[in-house]
Design a protein around this ligand. Structure first.
Ligand SMILES: Cc1ncc(COP(=O)(O)O)c(C=O)c1O
Length: 443
């Protein structure tokens, strides 16, 4: 597959060009990659109205992902989420999105920016703030009990712990009610390249975002906004203006080159490399299970260890691995999350195995019971709460106050209290459980 963006930049950097344009480094090496860091010069196309190399490269990505069109983002899935919510709410007088509760904070801020009401869908048995294992039945019930037709249903799959929702069945329900399905697929860019395509677009979603940088060999910030062939026409025709509404006017050409090169990588031998990696991850999973670890989630490139049942906190396991110079994606009191790609070598797997081999099982630690299904009362709209004056207080002192901006660190950036909700005793306990000791409340 051709790489028009990377080819253009390469020939520009090899030419004897005098750079009288941004960026200010003029191609001189300070970090090392400045030569290939350019801006939208003549011939380099324009990200939000492309008709040259960017258009050609996005068309390549669209054919790889089987979409109506795949739009590039150099500002992560966060930008794509804002664009998706804008597109779903555009032209709606009182937009309502039904969303599974484990949203990334970018969704909450998108709802604030678009002044969209959110109806939350909760799982029957919550296991963690990051998980919200809802079924197609739950979605059906939420649509039917809604006071008006929702502008969209919004779900996160895979979630941070590696759980996958049944997107096919959820998409069928959405189709039945004529409601577009939007998927936060930030963790699942690779899903379309499995032996059985599990990408949300293939499974019937109208739009989804993928953080290419999370699971593909793409520089941090590189992401896709995919619009399905079956999505409403306006999603496709207004997607660029929706992205540019929230985006910087200075897209990173390093990231664009990286997304462009990734097309060639995906079309070459990626499927085989992915399949090989999954075999290695599966071996490691089997090894850990034999050692007595309980694993969570069904995602193929993630291993989520239930640390408590092995007698450790997730944070303790993280530190043990760190002492062996192994750095995991995420840990908290309950879990440890490891993310793999074909770029992890066979040696990496050996080191992980040997580090786990020396960890002895201890008496299981009892899991703290949290009221994660509690449905907090809403005092203000998300928008009003986010835009109101706020102060930071100790979490213990926040009970009875209204949550302002969502206070969550990244990862996992999944808010427990959502802007506009009244913080209850139970919410406070959950915040404390996840070591959130300060929270922003409305003054
Ligand atoms: C589930 C989920 N959605 C969205 C995002 C935002 O993605 P990005 O960092 O590409 O903006 C993240 C980031 O961690 C995430 O975990």
């Amino acid at each position: 597959m051709k790489t028009p963006i990377a080819d253009f930049v390469k020939s520009y950097q090899e030419s004897d060009a005098v750079r009288l344009h941004m960026p200010g480094h003029k191609g001189k090496a300070f970090l090392g990659m400045e030569k290939s860091d350019i801006t939208e010069i003549d011939g380099a196309d324009v990200l939000y109205s492309p008709d040259g190399i960017i258009e050609e490269s996005e068309n390549n990505a669209s054919s790889l992902f089987g979409t109506r069109h795949t739009f590039y983002s150099t500002e992560g899935s966060s930008l794509c989420i804002r664009a998706m919510i804008f597109l779903a709410c555009q032209n709606e007088e009182t937009p309502l999105v039904l969303a599974a509760r484990n949203v990334h904070k970018a969704f909450v801020y998108a709802a604030a920016l678009c002044d969209c009401e959110v109806g939350w869908i909760y799982p029957e048995k919550p296991s963690h703030i990051c998980a919200c294992e809802i079924s197609a039945e739950d979605v059906k019930r939420a649509i039917e009990s809604s006071d008006r037709k929702p502008s969209a249903v919004y779900v996160t799959s895979p979630d941070y712990l590696g759980n996958l929702l049944d997107i096919k069945s959820i998409a069928l329900v959405c189709k039945e009610y004529g409601v577009p399905l939007l998927v936060d697929n930030a963790h699942g860019a690779y899903l379309g390249f499995l032996s059985e395509n599990q990408h949300p677009i293939k499974s019937g979603a109208s739009m989804c975002c993928d953080s290419a940088h999370k699971t593909l060999p793409v520089l941090t910030g590189g992401a896709y906004l995919h619009v399905s062939k079956n999505a409403p026409e306006s999603f496709y025709s207004n997607a660029r203006s929706a992205l540019s509404l929230f985006a910087s006017t200075s897209p990173s050409y390093l990231i664009l080159q990286s997304l462009d090169m990734c097309n060639a990588y995906l079309s070459d031998c990626y499927r085989d490399r992915l399949a090989e990696t999954i075999v290695r991850v599966d071996f490691l999973k089997d090894f850990l299970k034999e050692k007595g670890f309980c694993l969570m989630g069904k995602e193929k490139l993630k291993i989520t260890v239930d640390a408590l049942s092995y007698g450790y906190t997730g944070n303790e396991l993280y530190e043990i691995l760190k002492s062996e110079h192994i750095f995991c994606e995420f840990s908290d009191k309950d879990f440890l999350v490891m993310m793999f790609t074909p770029e992890n070598s066979a040696k990496n797997f050996e080191r992980i195995k040997s580090a786990f081999n020396s960890i002895q099982k201890k008496t299981p630690i009892e899991r703290e019971k949290l009221q994660l299904t509690e449905k907090p009362e809403r005092a203000l709209s998300i928008r009003k709460a986010v835009f109101s004056p706020a102060e930071t207080v100790d979490t213990e002192k926040a009970v009875g106050r209204i949550c302002a901006s969502v206070t969550v660190s990244c990862p996992p950036a999944v808010p427990i209290a959502i802007s506009g909700e009244i913080i209850t005793e139970e919410t406070m306990k959950s915040l404390k459980h996840y070591d959130i000791n300060k929270i922003e409340v409305i003054v």
